[in-house]
Design a protein around this ligand. Structure first.
Ligand SMILES: Cc1cc2nc3c(=O)[nH]c(=O)nc-3n(C[C@H](O)[C@H](O)[C@H](O)COP(=O)(O)OP(=O)(O)OC[C@H]3O[C@@H](n4cnc5c(N)ncnc54)[C@H](O)[C@@H]3O)c2cc1C
Length: 815
């Protein structure tokens, strides 16, 4: 066993392609005091047996940027290091065997153009011209990405390792990390079989072992291994070395030329989780037993698409493990539990194509102390602590592998491992016809069908089966009164004599307000980017209630805790589970509430932006006049065990007012009409409040300033070159979701960030950034343009506005 140094600035655990890429990029950033420890041999985990597909189009712009970077990196790596990588830019073709799949591909192609990728739509015959062994039976169309490539994963890893070593990185094989040392919430080093190494940063790149390695520091790394299959045929004479990679997602299959043979791999709908009791110690260059019964139907589907397979003998049946995460996105970044401990793992069978980009941005993150741009899609802080639960992971993994090639329907919900977190009102909502969706394990009513029935999604790109139900919920909120169960909200208390000072420093808005005031605010980073979007209620002189979203619970709480200086007298507590939240929203909400409380609800006593404790039924609840739907309304914060009774009295009294239960799809439609932003879609840590049109929530001159102020001052002086705008299609169809290209006077100026049909406005709506490189974006510039939004390759006329289409003066909210 090699001896280990006593110290390294950064220790990387794991010598797969990802660990080697992180090492390589750290060195390129000038951080060369790096030690990579591999328990056996480089690539012995999952990397050695990957098929080597290197695609570029991902679900979001930034993930696509990373995949694009990977391609560029691999293209030049051999020149730089002298180590061959086998990288070839052969392109890829994805065929569609249904109209819906073709729409998915064409929507993807429109998105690809926004991201700057070269993409062509092909007729079936054109696809066959490029891929002569293809059967076009049932093929509706195809998409061709000429810059996609393929590589040899082992050689590419060797090249990254060589590039790292050339710059001074130490790579030691046969050294297993057995412990992670921490002190005061910060990493201090690792324990290995060969001794201890002190370190300022530790990076967990342990592939399918990463969950167990995370557990060494009591950190959640939710991933689980699954068996993953491909075959390699005997040589097929018609195959040429420049053949593009072929994907037929409807047949769950991909095809790659491999030294004159055909490699055929699958993403089956029902996968086989592996390693339920932990990854065996002996696991290195592991091959699992071939399961012919499992792959037989997949093989049959592949043969229908490529009939030459029928005659070709099979040389290799390969089955190897790969790790999958609960939402099919990898896990990247600094862990919320331990400072200085980073993760890059859970690559869901795209680790080869992701490694270049992921390694680069993680190296930037480590060196600079923050991610280089918005990486929320893959940020490990999106995970809830319960998600490390092994049984949950195993059950979810059955589904996640296949989702890579399944239809990526809008609003698609996971079907496995459901019912993890339920509101205290869950059964009430279910009985009332709720169709639930899931966020971070939380079951939330998305829409209501007919009471007593089992409502189910019927997916499509058009108006889905819940469209009319959701429209009725929307109208009830606009015209009468609706009730939302918002219990999934994240809720934190910050208490102590320094609470106002601590919060004042991280909130861009003024929060040193009288007790009983609710403040809408952002938390910013030093660059002025929006880290969180939330409300802060001063409950007492020394106590604040902070409310943010379910999806950002871990991230926001971590940001809050890390913002409390050690000497400050302020304690943060996550009270999300202690309180249910009901949103009583609509012009008749006050009338209804007045029948159940003796509190004075008049606007002069209880205006918009205020919050007070009131009696409601037999309970005492916090009522806050605040809204995410753009109407008069109250968020009711109710101690959990009181929630069912409060729900019952509201429902009982509500009958006389036409009270209607409403779900999150209706809320989304209502909030987009009002252009309320959604963190994670419309705003992120790379967007500033000035770009997002949230300048009204900045208290520029408050005493003590706030984090991000200096960056915002500079931006205000220079003027912003991109602005979030509200957009509406002029035609009734199609529907908008997000990432659709926006054209202004025939020029591409941006993309949508979220979309929904607006039932009051009567149009497909979206929010999206408009960019003007020549000059600041002003209301006049926006008004002067002629807009189109591109959907599946077709452009549809639209209008754009910096003000909301619905109630721009907020008269309905403040009445
Ligand atoms: C059949 C198959 C086909 C695939 N095809 C493709 C493809 O075409 N394109 C694509 O992009 N991706 C593909 N993948 C996925 C890709 O192989 C993986 O995502 C990628 O290899 C993951 O790399 P990694 O570095 O995260 O993990 P690994 O390669 O597993 O590396 C982790 C390393 O950590 C080491 N380690 C673990 N614990 C410790 C410890 N305590 N101390 C020290 N070292 C430790 C392990 O020994 C291992 O070497 C495929 C996967 C499979 C199974």
């Amino acid at each position: 066993m090699a001896s280990v140094p006593s110290h390294a600035q950064v220790v990387i655990i794991g010598g797969g392609i990802v660990g080697c890429s992180v090492a390589y990029h750290l060195a390129r950033r000038g951080c060369t005091d790096v030690l990579l420890l591999e328990r056996r041999q480089l690539t012995c985990g999952t990397t050695w047996h990957a098929a080597g597909l290197v695609g570029q189009l991902r679900a979001t712009h930034n993930l696509t940027r990373l995949a694009q970077y990977t391609t560029t990196l691999y293209e030049g790596l051999e020149r730089e290091t002298g180590q061959a990588t086998g990288f070839r830019q052969v392109g890829s073709i994805a065929v569609a065997a249904s109209e819906a799949r073709f729409e998915e591909l064409r929507r993807g192609a429109s998105m690809a153009r926004v991201f700057g990728l070269e993409v062509q739509i092909l007729a079936p015959e054109e696809a066959r011209e490029r891929w002569p062994l293809l059967s076009t039976e049932g093929v509706v169309g195809a998409v061709y990405l000429p810059k996609d490539g393929r590589c040899n994963p082992v050689d590419t890893t060797a090249a990254l390792a060589r590039g790292a070593r050339m710059r001074g990185v130490r790579i030691l094989e046969q050294v297993k990390v057995t412990g992670i040392r921490t002190q005061g919430g910060r990493v201090t080093g690792v324990t290995t079989e060969a001794g201890e190494v002190r370190a300022e940063a530790v990076v967990n790149c342990a592939g399918m072992w990463a969950r167990e390695v995370g557990a060494l520091a009591d950190v959640s790394v939710p991933l689980h291994a699954a068996e993953h299959f491909y075959i390699v045929t005997e040589p097929i004479p018609e195959l040429t070395a420049d053949l593009p990679v072929l994907r037929d997602a409807d047949a769950c299959s991909y095809f790659k030329e491999d030294t004159g043979k055909l490699l055929v791999g699958w993403f089956e709908p029902i996968a086989k989780p592996w390693g339920m009791t932990g990854i065996p110690e002996s696991c290195a260059f592991e091959q699992l037993p071939a399961d012919l019964a499992h792959i037989e139907p997949l093989f049959a589907a592949a043969m229908r698409r490529v009939p030459a397979l029928e005659a070709a003998g099979v040389q290799v049946f390969f089955n190897g493990p790969e790790s999958f995460t609960p939402d099919d996105r990898y896990l990247l970044g600094e862990t919320p539990e331990v400072r200085g401990l980073y993760v890059a793992a859970g690559f869901n069978s795209i680790g080869i194509q992701s490694a270049g980009g992921a390694g680069k941005v993680l190296a930037d993150w480590i060196v600079d102390g923050h991610p280089p741009f918005d990486l929320w899609d893959v940020d490990i802080r999106r995970c809830a602590p319960f998600q490390r639960n092994r049984r949950y992971l195993r059950d979810r993994t059955v589904e996640t592998l296949g989702l890579l090639y399944a239809m990526h329907w809008p609003f698609r919900q996971a079907e496995s491992a459901r019912g993890v977190r339920r509101s205290p009102l869950h059964e009430h909502l279910r009985a009332a016809g709720a169709c639930f969706g899931e966020v971070a394990g939380y079951e939330r009513a998305n829409w209501f069908g007919t009471p007593g029935t089992e409502p189910r999604y019927e997916y499509s790109y058009g108006r889905q089966n819940w469209f009319a139900h959701s429209a009725a919920e929307h109208r009830a909120v606009r015209e009468g009164v609706g009730l939302f169960d918002q219990s999934s909200f994240a809720k934190f208390i910050l208490r102590g004599r320094d609470a106002a000072g601590v919060l004042g420093r991280i909130c861009a808005n003024e929060v040193d307000v009288p007790v009983g005031r609710v403040v809408y605010t952002q938390w910013l980073n030093e660059r002025g980017g929006i880290e969180a979007d939330l409300t802060v209620t001063r409950e007492a002189q020394d106590s604040y209630l902070i409310v943010s979203s379910c999806a950002t619970q871990t991230r926001d709480f971590s940001w809050l805790c890390r913002s409390i200086p050690p000497e400050a007298h302020a304690v943060a507590v996550d009270v999300s589970s202690a309180q249910a939240v009901l949103g009583l929203m609509g012009p008749r909400s006050r009338e209804l509430l007045a029948t159940l409380t003796d509190a004075d609800l008049s606007s002069s006593v209880f205006p918009f932006g205020s919050s007070r404790l009131i009696d409601l039924g037999y309970a005492r609840v916090r009522a806050s006049r605040i809204t995410y739907v753009g109407e008069l309304g109250y968020e009711l914060y109710i101690p959990t065990e009181f929630a069912p009774a409060v729900f019952d009295v509201l429902s009982g009294a509500g009958a006389a007012f036409g009270l209607r239960l409403a779900g999150f799809h209706a809320m989304n439609s209502l909030r987009i009409e009002k252009a309320y932003r959604h963190w994670g879609h419309d705003i992120s840590d790379e967007d500033t409040p000035l770009e997002a049109g949230l300048g009204f929530a900045i208290a520029w001159d408050k005493p003590g300033g706030f984090v991000g102020r200096e960056a915002l001052l500079k931006q205000r002086a220079a003027g912003v070159r991109r602005r979030l705008a509200a957009l509406a299609l002029e035609s009734a169809q199609p529907l908008l979701y997000h990432n659709e290209p926006i054209w202004r006077d025939g020029r591409l100026v941006g993309k949508t960030t979220s979309g929904m049909f607006g039932h009051t406005i009567g149009a497909a709506l979206a929010l999206g950034y408009l960019e003007n490189h020549a000059a600041p974006v002003t209301a006049e510039w926006v008004a002067a343009g002629r807009y189109e939004i591109e959907v599946a390759g077709e452009r549809f006329p639209a209008r754009a506005s910096l003000r909301p289409f619905y109630d721009p003066a907020s008269e309905r909210v403040k009445c």
